[in-house]
Design a protein around this ligand. Structure first.
Ligand SMILES: *Cc1c(COP(=O)(O)O)cnc(C)c1O
Length: 377
């Protein structure tokens, strides 16, 4: 019997093939003009992304990590400050705080959604608290209104880490545009991905946008003077033309992801040892990843691997227990939900071009695992 083709967790080449002729034409034009960093292509993308999100300002930068770091710096975060950060996220969320010169103050997340717990944020307030980072993990947009109000009442800035949530919306407002500043990554695996690294900061506040633009370009102001010590974090023109093209298909891609998620949910809902992502408003989730939970996570991953199905663990270690943040002095047991998630989460294949046939194979393999273990209803 021929072995069935592998089903990768993500497919970076597939979704971009249809765009290749136009992409190659746009890149040739840049080479022709000698336009490589900054320039018209970058401004065009910045305007298009701001318009798509429905916010006035967008500044392209070199990565999502830089977007977070520069957003914090623009918001006035620096040495001596604490930034409240969920204990369960990609490492960059906490790295950015250290890169801005401040200290991350970890708090637990909600077990059902893996999103920041408002009660935990409130309990972590100290006289050093300066900002909160809300992460729209896996593509699920957090309900931000209560946090916005609380941050305003306590003089804290709210930065959204929207690196996994391009195009997610709640009550018509896009992820990244509700807090003081929003940070995006365009790393190739993200819902809006480039041909390399890239990122952006968005804000409704012209002062914050100006500060990010200045800091990202060596602190250089409109008169060409170096006003503050900044860094080099610019979006390059090739990324900008690719991102502007892919932005046109983002809503369609996100809708395809939702269809895959619906199909998985319908087909796996009855398995008692498997926890599926909780349902939310249609628009609010863009399914960057489809993450299930089970105490048998590692066995399930092995079983799927044997069936040629790629999976991933996002994330195997909560931030507070990473060696990188050892100096902050957190202990195991500090954040039970984050620690349980790290033990139980597993991402199933999810991308806009995942075929129905592949979806069926994933579903059959997951069902087969629980059936064989005699735990199915
Ligand atoms: C990808 C990601 C980042 C960092 O983005 P890079 O472009 O890789 O630097 C930050 N936060 C979250 C939640 C991410 O998924």
């Amino acid at each position: 019997m021929p072995t069935p083709p592998l089903i990768p967790l993500v497919d970076l080449a597939g979704p971009i093939q249809a765009l290749r002729p136009e992409l190659e034409r746009r890149i040739s034009a840049l080479i022709e003009r000698g336009e490589f960093v900054g320039g018209a292509a970058v401004s065009v993308f910045e305007s298009a992304f701001a318009a798509y999100l429905g916010t006035p300002h967008c500044v392209g930068v070199a990565s999502g990590t830089d977007a977070l770091t520069l957003a914090l710096r623009a918001a006035g975060v620096g040495p001596g400050d604490e930034v409240i950060v969920p204990a369960f996220s990609f490492v960059a969320t906490a790295e950015a705080v250290l890169l801005a010169g401040a200290v991350p103050r970890f708090v637990d997340v909600e077990i059902d959604t893996a999103l920041l717990s408002l009660g935990a944020v409130q309990a972590a307030l100290s006289h050093r608290s300066r900002a909160v980072i809300a992460v729209h993990l896996y593509g699920r947009m957090m309900e931000l209104e209560p946090l916005v109000t609380w941050c305003r009442d306590h003089g804290l800035r709210l930065v959204e880490d929207a690196a996994q949530a391009h195009g997610a919306r709640r009550s018509g407002r896009a992820a990244g545009t509700v807090g003081d500043l929003g940070a995006f990554s365009f790393y190739p695996t993200k819902n809006l991905g480039g041909l390399g690294d890239g990122g952006a900061v968005v804000s409704a506040d012209p002062g914050y946008a100006r500060a990010v633009r200045l800091l990202a370009n060596h602190g250089r102001n409109e008169e060409g003077r170096h006003e503050r010590a900044g860094t080099n974090s610019r979006l390059d023109a090739i990324q900008a033309v690719a991102l502007e093209l892919r932005l046109q298909g983002l809503d369609v891609d996100n809708e395809r992801r939702r269809q895959v998620a619906l199909r998985y949910t319908d087909a796996l809902a009855d398995l008692p040892r498997l926890v599926l992502p909780v349902a939310t408003g249609h628009e609010s989730h863009v399914h960057h990843l489809f993450v299930v939970r089970t105490p048998e996570r590692d066995l399930l991953a092995e079983h799927l691997g044997r069936a040629g199905i790629g999976t991933g663990v996002y994330y195997r270690e909560p931030l507070h227990l990473m060696p990188a943040f050892r100096d902050l002095g957190y202990q195991a047991g500090a954040f039970p939900a984050a620690e349980q998630l790290a033990r139980e989460v597993l991402a199933l294949p999810m991308h806009p071009t995942l075929s129905r046939e592949s979806q069926d194979r994933v579903i059959d393999a997951v069902r087969g695992f629980f059936l064989a273990r005699g735990t199915e209803l």
